[in-house]
Write a protein that binds this ligand. Structure first.
Ligand code: NAP
Ligand code: MG
Length: 492
């Protein structure tokens, strides 16, 4: 495990000389200490990223050159995937099999953006057909500049990859601020960048608190863009700060995503996908389908099967065989989830299973998978994220009612539909106000497809070509081609 931050191609102690504890959520043990970065570290990192961008030629490299670095990083992630997956389990608590999937996806993301970097070389200019033929116009795409990437703790290395890979592919330089809860693999990423020979200053990683290093990064005038994933409250404050100097922002801010289960669905498949949609990664998923709407004629049947299967979920240390639900990431998250469930019950929600710390463990932030029904439509539980393994369920009668309730949210990240009627699926999918709609599944995520939300779930899209475009500035270059004098001030 690393003990230093990575700035300008060097491993350094923080200028603060302070450290914070890294806690294993499965055991509550302090397993390591990492530098608690400060504003001065951010100043150094931004200065390094600026030099790499402004003076040292990173934006002028070819897409092919940048692709070579990205592929080396991807290969190093793959070669070290066992160790990285274990670090992720120690830091976040997720089951090992899930962590292994994350690491493979992170490597895949670097490979994908390597290919897109090369495609930038193939089409360096786009000719624009102007109606005024006296002019010739073409468009080039240039990197946005220095990027501050601030990421959450639910998919530590993968969220880093979603931002760092497209930013580097575009020719940007990056300062990455991982979440304090889960910073171990971000520093490994810095080590891979170093081993891959990435030029100094192109990627910098500064650990520490959001309120100090995160804030300093978002406020820094040397940063051209902030790419953020996390809570709505912090996203909003980052946007306000960005308004001071018109920084670009892209925000990915979670949701309260609905899952519509129609009575013509395959009930066993519905139960599986409802569980996957809320218990996978302990429900610490921005797109978790945490509001489930079930058609009344199958409501009891689905609930009975769901409760029975949920009670069988093996809770435990993510490193143990067969575990499907690890500890929540932190004591704070455990308390937030538990208090939210208690408040839901106080306003009338009924608990079908779960609703407490898992009693079989005397250490670790384990919470039972939880099912709440009769959750009032205007309650906090129905409208706000738990960000834990807690699903809220209500019945519906008609398609129209289901769509209305699904859309009755300030969020719009994702939605899911279970039905065997493909025409209905298409009709409903078109009416749902969400950036991602899953049909007969929930949560599968693909590097090639756009990821992001409507409404208060964020601004912009990650992944696919959209993810690359958010790190590029289009520039038009227009030439006056005519032999005729312009003749406005000076008459020919
Ligand atoms: P958060 O506070 O928004 O944290 C996300 C990232 O922002 C972390 O790296 C955090 O640093 C940093 N940060 C915190 N305050 C900041 C500030 N003032 N300026 C700049 N950066 C700052 O989220 P959280 O507290 O970890 O989780 C709270 C809730 O956010 C969750 O319950 C969930 O609802 C939501 N969340 C959403 C996602 C998602 O994928 N959309 C992911 C995680 C959480 P530190 O953590 O190191 O302080
Ligand atoms: Mg931790």
């Amino acid at each position: 495990m690393r003990t230093q931050i990575y700035i300008d191609g060097q491993w350094l102690n923080s200028q603060s000389d302070a450290y914070f504890d890294v806690i294993n959520p499965a055991t509550e043990e302090v397993i390591h200490q990492l530098p608690s970065g400060c504003e001065k570290d951010i100043d150094l990192a931004v200065a390094a990223a600026r030099r790499a961008f402004d003076d040292q030629g990173w934006p002028q490299t070819t897409g092919q050159q940048r692709a070579a670095y990205l592929r080396k990083i991807a290969d190093l992630i793959q070669q070290n995937s066992d160790d990285l997956a274990k670090l992720e389990v120690l830091d976040n608590g997720k089951p090992l099999a899930e962590a292994q999937g994350d690491i493979a996806d992170a490597a895949g993301c670097f490979h994908y953006y390597a290919n897109l970097a090369e495609q930038l070389d193939e089409q360096p200019e786009t000719q624009i057909q102007l109606t005024d033929e006296r002019f010739n116009c073409y468009v080039v795409n240039e990197p946005v500049g220095v990027v501050g990437a601030i990421i959450p703790w639910n998919y530590p290395l993968l969220m880093a990859a979603w931002k760092v890979a497209p930013a580097l592919a575009a020719g940007c330089t990056v300062i990455l601020k991982p979440a304090e809860n889960t910073s171990l693999t971000a520093l490994e990423l810095a080590a891979f960048a170093d081993e891959a020979g990435l030029p100094a200053g192109v990627l910098n990683v500064v650990t520490g608190q959001g309120s100090t290093v995160g804030h300093a990064l978002a406020a820094h005038e040397g940063v051209d863009k902030i790419a953020f994933t996390g809570s709505g409250a912090v996203g909003s404050s980052i946007m306000s700060q960005a308004a001071q100097d018109i920084k670009r922002v892209s925000l990915e801010l979670g949701g309260k995503s609905p899952f519509l289960v129609f009575d013509d669905c395959d009930i066993e498949a519905a139960v599986e996908w409802i569980m996957f949609g809320i218990f996978w990664n302990k429900g610490e998923v921005c797109s978790a389908t945490s509001r489930v709407l079930i058609q009344d004629s199958i409501y009891t049947k689905v609930l009975t099967r769901l409760v029975a299967e949920t009670k069988k979920i093996k809770i435990g240390n993510g490193l143990d065989e067969g575990v499907l639900l690890g500890p929540l990431v932190s004591k704070k998250q455990l308390d937030t989830v538990d208090q939210g469930v208690k408040r839901a019950q106080q306003v009338g929600a009924q608990l079908l299973t779960g609703g407490q710390r898992a009693a079989q463990f005397d250490k670790g932030y384990y919470y039972e998978p939880t099912i709440l029904v009769d959750v009032p439509l205007d309650s906090e539980a129905w409208n706000e994220e738990f960000f834990g393994p807690v699903v809220c369920i209500r019945p519906f009668r008609t398609e129209q009612e289901a769509i209305a309730n699904a859309n009755r949210s300030k969020y719009g990240l994702a939605a899911a539909i279970m039905t065997q009627d493909s025409i209905k699926a298409k009709r409903v999918a078109q009416k749902l106000r969400a950036g991602i709609v899953w049909v007969n599944c929930s949560q599968p995520t693909f590097t090639e497809a756009p990821w992001g939300g409507f409404k208060q779930s964020g601004i912009g899209r990650e992944l696919g070509p959209w993810g690359l475009a958010s790190y590029l500035e289009p520039k038009q270059i227009t030439t006056y081609m005519s032999n005729q004098a312009w003749g406005w001030y000076i008459q020919p």
